[in-house]
Design a protein around this ligand. Sequence first.
Ligand SMILES: NCc1[nH]cc(CCC(=O)O)c1CC(=O)O
Length: 323
Amino acid sequence: MTEKALRLGTRRSKLAMAQSGQVAQAVRQVTGRPVELVEITTYGDVSREALAQIGGTGVFVTALRDALLRGEVDFAVHSLKDLPTTQPEELVLAAVPVREDPRDVIVARDALKFTDLPRGARIGTGSPRRMAQLNAYARTHGLDIETVPIRGNVDTRIGYVHAGELDAVVLAAAGLNRIGRIDEVTDFLSVDTVLPAPGQGALAIECRAGNTAQDAALVAALGELDDPFTRAAVTAERSLLAALEAGCSAPVGALADLLADGQTVKEMRLRGVVGTTDGTRTVQLSTTGPVPQTHDRATALGRELATEMLAQGAAGLMGERAH
Ligand SMILES: NCc1[nH]cc(CCC(=O)O)c1CC(=O)O
């Protein structure tokens, strides 16, 4: 007997295909069913406009969600950091697998580290979050760098360094890992220097919420790929983002991690930062509490930190809100 293949909706980019291929393999293992990749082109892939200008969140995600809702695919794989904080009622995050390295990294000419970049060095990034934190660090540590807005896929961005147009570019470690180019990193940025985007390094496996027995069975099967700690962490990070009323293109960094005492996990710490892209003003705070055991508690942790950050003027540093 041949079972019907599960259809996995994915973007076409090299990064998306790599991570979807890895998830497909894991899904074959937990379901015992064949999985086929269905490529879907999203607005974010075809638009030449700066990402921050096309209206913020979700440009990579909408087309995949539409394909799910139309029943053209059975589940979709997203980079969690590209996922809007609002969850459509008809869809559910069936699994958030174990997170990869959440850090940002530098790919620089001549194997340079961030702090060894020469005066006037040009660093490419299209991310207001990365600009804000790199410029803030530079100002307080006497570095003289210029952040240069760029966009494009990983090949394009690293290409600017090889072509000599930029001294360095900033990328996510997780993405480079997934496409097998982690060897090109010249510096892993400490999260004390640059907090990653909420959800960075994590994937989301999304499917229909389970109105049919088939859908419900799939939600349950995919749930085996869920990592509760990663889910709690990214839930808190995304709750912070939502409570700041910021979008994925806002200058907001957040990272939740576990504080352990030997082998015993003690608490969860959530750190958040907001800043102006020129690095002149930042609000950076952290909170620590019991590891949240429910979605509501993880959400509350993020909301509490947001409230404190807003009390310190975070809203005034975010510029135009994404809608
Ligand atoms: N903004 C695009 C994007 N969305 C997800 C990743 C890969 C890292 C991840 O999955 O968190 C990247 C590339 C990057 O930021 O370098």
